[in-house]
Design a protein around this ligand. Structure first.
Ligand SMILES: Nc1ncnc2c1ncn2[C@@H]1O[C@H](COP(=O)(O)OP(=O)(O)O)[C@@H](O)[C@H]1O
Ligand SMILES: CC(C)(COP(=O)(O)O)[C@@H](O)C(=O)NCCC(=O)O
Length: 473
């Protein structure tokens, strides 16, 4: 299994292939509706065995006469972004070759040869996963997103390209699968087979992590790589008044490292989309939603647009990257003149987000980038506090953050890493996932192949309960 990294990658290299109109997706397909049953059971596969297996040349695929016809998609219509995952088979079997229509070929070419569709559709080429196996077929997963506000345009285009003749059902999740259900029927005569977004999210996380050894990672603080530790240390039980890493210099010392997530349970899953959902995951089929907050990625983007006049997430993030929140926020030292040592509050900690903005003088001199940075820090720290409280209430050590708020946003990831570790005195670990916001859509795609879902779930073993209790720390 490898992730695709090459020239033309959107996020990695910033280059784009020429824009094409939004897709005329999907061939007429009878995706059989399945009754829901627990998708999780053995056999168990280790990461090593699995990786080795993936590298072997594929045996000839016996035709699966019950498999839904291509193309295979999973869709997550979220509050801000719609995510589409497309499975491109590596080989086409004879039965399919005979049946394959020009339209289907065109769809494949259209999706895989472009990385931009219309003005707003994007394929995240750097996330592409090659040599994935779904329902006995090997192929490539392609990751595509467009703003949910463009669903209307997407449907119109789909209709004009004859999509209605190609597909009649698609597995979909997210609030939009409910909200736009009628529109899909009216515009393209396509019914949405709706899956719960949190079920799909967890199934997608487990599958992608099982397929990609690099999926899970963390940001190592400077004291984990001693060469840098003289200049900045982030976390210490004895010295509780160290500065939080708000400065660029401090943040630049965090280093990304892979994390083996093969024994993950229990873990807290914090999905930062438009809003935030916090889940306790005890096993693949055993989870509950423990909390949430409406102050999420949508809040960051909305406030940033209001405060700075920016018009995209990328612009908001780039403003924040060059800003300084300490001109906007009131710090502990602005109130105490230094640390509030008795309770371990460093002088550089934010005491009051946006607390300086009650002063007309300060408002007059504040920059757009400082406002963007303060907005990012405010939203991130609030999510960090909620996650930390949930994790300690639930006696959980691993906190996995996902969702597209973390896209191109290392600043928030590093702040979350610091906050988890500092406020828990090193007990909590913040973890992140390469495919950030695509897990719900992958979970939908997996519905085509419940057996595969079982395998990725059983790869993630449940640890003995002795590893799980906070009392052991
Ligand atoms: N290109 C983008 N356009 C808009 N928001 C983006 C973009 N990239 C990242 N984001 C961030 O991701 C959030 C949406 O995350 P996502 O996981 O897709 O949630 P949802 O399912 O609610 O759409 C946005 O609120 C914003 O903070
Ligand atoms: C309603 C949602 C599940 C929708 O998911 P999203 O599109 O934001 O990813 C999510 O926005 C959420 O959990 N909001 C927080 C609601 C609350 O607990 O206050």
């Amino acid at each position: 299994m490898r992730l695709h990294r090459c020239e033309g990658c959107l996020a990695a290299c910033g280059r784009r292939a020429p824009a094409a109109p939004l897709p005329s997706l999907i061939t007429r397909t009878k995706l059989l509706k399945r009754t829901r049953r627990s998708p999780y059971s053995p056999p168990k596969i280790s990461k090593e065995n699995n990786a080795a297996k993936m590298a072997e040349p594929a045996p000839p695929t016996p035709p699966d006469n019950n498999a839904p016809p291509m193309p295979w998609f999973g869709m997550d219509i979220g509050g801000t972004l719609t995510k589409l995952v497309y499975f491109e088979p590596r080989e086409t079997n004879r039965r399919e070759l005979d049946k394959e229509t020009e339209v289907l070929k065109n769809i494949r070419r259209y999706l895989t040869r472009n990385s931009a569709y219309g003005n707003t559709g994007r394929r995240d080429v750097h996330l592409q996963m090659d040599n994935v196996q779904i329902r006995g077929r090997r192929g490539t997963l392609h990751f595509i997103r467009f703003p949910t506000s463009e669903v209307g345009a997407f449907l119109q285009l789909a209709r004009s390209k004859g999509m209605a003749d190609l597909v009649n059902t698609i597995y979909a999740t997210g609030g939009g699968a409910y909200k736009f259900e009628e529109d899909f029927i009216k515009e393209v005569n396509m019914s949405l087979s709706k899956l719960d977004e949190l079920d799909a999210l967890i199934a997608g996380v487990l599958f992608v992590d099982a397929m990609n050894p690099q999926e899970c990672y963390y940001w190592a603080p400077p004291d984990e790589h001693p060469a840098d530790s003289v200049s900045y240390r982030t976390e210490s039980v004895s010295d509780r008044t160290e500065a939080p890493p708000y400065s660029e210099a401090a943040l630049s010392l965090y280093v990304r490292k892979p994390f083996d997530f093969s024994s993950p349970y229990p873990f807290l899953l914090v999905n930062i989309g438009s809003g935030v959902s916090v889940l306790v995951v005890n096993a693949p089929d055993d989870y509950y939603r423990v909390s949430g907050t409406s102050l999420g990625g949508g809040t960051f983007l909305g406030l940033c647009c209001l405060l700075t006049g920016c018009s995209s997430f990328e612009e908001a993030i780039s403003l924040a990257a060059s800003g300084d929140n300490t001109t906007v926020d009131k710090l502990v030292r602005d109130i105490y003149g230094g640390d509030y040592a008795r309770f371990g509050l460093p002088g550089d900690l934010v005491a009051s987000s946006f607390g300086q903005m009650s002063s007309a003088d300060r408002r007059a001199s504040v920059s757009r980038s400082d406002l963007a940075r303060a907005t990012l820090v405010t939203i991130t720290n609030n999510i960090g506090s909620i996650a930390r409280l949930c994790a300690s209430n639930e006696n959980i050590e691993r906190v996995v953050f996902c969702g597209n708020f973390l896209r191109v946003n290392p600043l928030s990831m590093k702040l979350l890493s610091y906050a988890m570790s500092y406020w828990s005195r090193g007990a909590l670990k913040a973890l992140f996932l390469e495919h950030e916001g695509y897990f719900g859509a992958v979970g939908c795609l997996l519905h085509l192949d419940l057996k595969q879902k079982q395998q990725s779930a059983s790869r993630h073993t449940t640890p003995p309960t002795t590893e799980r209790t906070q009392a052991d720390r």
